[in-house]
Design a protein around this ligand. Structure first.
Ligand code: SF4
Ligand code: SF4
Length: 173
């Protein structure tokens, strides 16, 4: 039979005082460290032109949508979130969407639609918040997706700058 001789605990150790003091010192130190958490929604997220929020459709200053209902974004969408039905118009642009829906619950904010669009009609906005009471309300229709070009301009300028950089580097290589 092996007899294990244990160290005799002091009174402080029996009262867990070292652990309590260590815990309190950690709490005290952390109280003065800069907070990493945000008091949302009172402190909303800071967004910039780089923010890839929910996709929105650009509307020209004359009120017409830029979209010509070509379906490129619908085909590029990996989440099958976009549904488009187009119709003919009397305008020189010939086609526009009759139905344009994005299921925001499916959208993964990948930005493929923005990249695929040949008409600069769909852009990733800086809108990130998404909340409603039904799933159906989160399928955004044409009216919910429309935004004036001016509201999307910072993103448009940013993407054009990025694309110009690639054009410059490919022409010099
Ligand atoms: S951001 Fe991506 S997932 Fe969302 S609609 Fe566009 S292509 Fe689809
Ligand atoms: S790719 Fe652009 S123009 Fe074509 S359907 Fe989508 S938003 Fe409209």
């Amino acid at each position: 039979m092996v007899i294990v001789k244990r160290k005799e605990l002091t009174l402080a150790e029996r009262l867990y005082l070292p652990e309590i003091l260590r815990g309190l010192s950690i709490t005290l130190r952390k109280m003065f460290v800069k907070r990493a958490t945000r008091q949302y929604p009172e402190e909303p997220l800071v967004t910039t032109e780089v923010t890839r929020g929910q996709p929105r459709l650009a509307v020209n200053t004359d009120g017409t949508v830029r979209c010509v209902s070509c379906g490129m974004c619908e085909a590029a969408c990996p989440a099958y979130a976009i549904t488009i039905d187009g119709h003919e118009t009397e305008r020189p642009i010939e086609r526009e969407p009759e139905r344009f829906e994005i299921d925001m619950l499916r959208c993964i904010l990948c930005g493929f639609c923005e990249e695929a669009c040949p008409k600069e009609a769909i852009w990733m906005s800086d809108e990130l918040e998404l909340a409603d009471y039904t799933r159906g309300a989160l399928v955004y229709d044409l009216e919910k997706l429309k935004r004036p070009v001016s509201a999307l301009q910072p993103r448009i300028d940013y993407i054009k700058k990025i694309n110009d950089r690639w054009r410059t580097s490919s022409s010099t290589s």
